[in-house]
Design a protein. Sequence first.
Length: 250
Amino acid sequence: MSGGNMMISEPVLELQNIHKAFGGVVAIEDFSLNLHAGEIVALVGDNGAGKSTLIKIVSGVHTPNSGTIMLDREQVSFADASVARSRGVEVVYQDLALADLQPVYMNMFLGRELVRPIGLLDRKKMLRETQQLVEELDVRIPSASAIIRDLSGGQRQGVAIARATHWAKKLILLDEPTAALGVAETAKVEKIVSALKERNIAVLIISHSLDQVFRISDRICVLRRGVQIGVRETAKTDKNEIVSMITGVN
């Protein structure tokens, strides 16, 4: 394998010859990519390139028509998103899927609430674990008891990523995590994403911002109309090359 030390590790995720069509329309054509622990790979391409479809395939929302998905060298087939989650794969979509009227700590454990032996919710423990995590990741929120709808866009995004971090054992997929955020909040989220490397989690991020891609990614994978144009090590390429790969114009 090429590259530095990180490439010596076994890949966490291997996509081999993934093909996906909806009706007669091909969304993904023969896509292959390996992703390693502690590595951030950016997925770039114009609208309609197939980026979100690919993330939905990895997270169990869509099933590929053909091709293989391997997680830790074992072939997997996720019947739905909950199966992917049970295997340590977490996704943060643009729409976040947070419960607006619930406090942060209840969102952190949404669908996986901690329960005491007598069957009541263990709110204290959920609150404590959430507070610890948001401090670790430096998510600036008033408290773990704050109600989601009272938070800013960046704070909500921080909570969504913190939740993914809490539950992800292997892999986090991020679909345009900073699209709706301002400069300061974007920087904050990028810092949280970069911190995932320290936890040895593999990250696949869709971003429309090449500035962002060059700031945080280790490798860049370019899609054009469902076709994988190429993968580049971020440190060995530049914006001009990536733009011409995205557009097909030299």
